[in-house]
Design a protein around this ligand. Structure first.
Ligand code: FES
Ligand code: FE2
Length: 371
């Protein structure tokens, strides 16, 4: 697919340049893997991330880990087996022939071997790829390095949350599109009055001109803290003078911070590539706000799912058009964030390939549009 620009202020990278020779996914970054509470001690789950099958597990002692979810013996999905605690150590047991693997991916046991056969073999040489994992703020992060052996050289992402903030709600949706279209769809202000037209958010009449200040943040950009638009009922119920900031960071992490006095509401959205044409959107919400303490969770959940399904339906419909490989446009200020996204991706690639420091291509700017 070709992406081109008309009247844009900056040159636009073409999606095709990066999609032709690879999957268009960035490596050497921490990706969102799971919400910590989804994984109890001794449990494991299966995820497809960047086209790779991943087993995310938690030892009986509570430590999260991740490994390639394929048995090196005969290829069955490991997470269809169970986790076993033996001699104080948790291992993943393959359901087919019972081989067991430690959290670092090394083989701990092959039950079919006789004692002398096992003695003569160095089992630990048999390995499943393991992924570095970090858990904080109720989130499990997984490092996807271009070199599977290299240790992470970046700190895991950290949300700007008060100490002790807890995950209050999680919603997940799958979009049938490449991660780039999912990201762009979520950061695009011009679609809001059309795709999200509803009385409590935007109506056609509420559309007006806006000017928002942006600036660079680590591996991304921020719609800098501001009073949110007065054209939405949803913000009005939060009470006096809410202040909001929206940050986007590679690889596909969007965090919306709303502060009202001492209260806060933070919506974190992880846009994670599942495969080349499927993307998982996970929305994790944190809050401390009197309105949300009394508001039935079902109402907020309904609002979130309504929004994200509207986006999902839009990009899924878009795929039907993209199947014909049309030329696309990024137009003026409303599409500058999308252009930044492509530039950030390119800058990240250049940095990792050249070894030169990462240069954030985003410069402070005020963007103006109608929405
Ligand atoms: S396929 Fe896993 S132990 Fe044989
Ligand atoms: Fe949207």
């Amino acid at each position: 697919m070709a992406l081109d620009t008309a009247q844009g202020r900056e040159p636009t990278p073409r999606v095709s340049d990066e999609a032709v020779d690879d999957d268009g996914f960035l490596r050497d970054l921490w990706y969102f893997g799971a919400v910590a509470s989804e994984l109890k001690p001794g449990e494991q789950l299966h995820r497809l991330i960047l086209g790779e099958p991943v087993l995310i597990g938690r030892t009986h002692d509570g430590e999260a880990f991740a490994m390639r979810d394929i048995c090196p013996h005969r290829g069955i999905i490991l997470s269809t087996g169970r986790m076993v605690k033996k001699d104080g150590e948790t291992t993943v047991e393959c359901p087919y022939h019972g081989w067991r693997f430690r959290k670092d991916g090394s083989c701990a046991a092959i039950p079919s071997l006789t004692a002398d056969q096992a003695e003569a073999m160095d089992l630990a040489k048999i390995r499943v790829r393991s992924y570095p994992v970090h858990e904080s703020q109720g989130l499990i992060w997984i490092w996807f390095g271009a070199d599977p052996e290299a240790a992470p050289d970046l700190d895991p992402p950290r949300l700007d949350l008060p100490e002790g903030a807890r995950v209050k709600m999680v919603e997940r949706e799958v979009f049938n599109c490449h991660v780039d279209h999912a990201v762009i769809g979520l950061m695009d202000p011009a679609h809001i009055p059309y795709i999200h037209r509803q009385w409590w958010w935007r109506t056609e009449k509420s559309v007006h001109e806006k000017a928002k200040k942006f600036g660079p943040v680590e591996r991304g950009f921020s719609m800098l803290p501001h009073r949110p638009s007065s054209n939405s009922f949803a913000y009005k119920i939060l009470g006096a003078k809410p202040e909001t900031e929206i940050r986007f960071q590679l690889p596909g992490l969007r965090t919306e911070y709303i502060k009202v006095g001492n209260s806060f509401f933070t919506g974190f959205t992880a846009v994670t590539p599942t495969t080349a044409d499927s993307t998982t959107i996970t929305i994790v919400v944190y809050w401390k706000h009197p309105v949300f303490e009394i508001l039935p969770n079902a109402i907020l959940r309904k609002a979130i799912t309504t929004f994200v399904r509207q986006d999902r339906d839009a990009v899924n419909a878009q795929q039907k058009g993209l199947a014909f490989d049309p030329k696309l446009m990024l137009i003026h200020d409303a599409d500058v964030q999308a252009k930044w996204y492509y530039k950030l991706k390119q800058a990240w690639r250049t940095h990792r390939q050249s070894g030169q420091p990462f240069v954030n291509p985003v410069k402070p700017a005020t963007l103006r549009w109608r929405s």
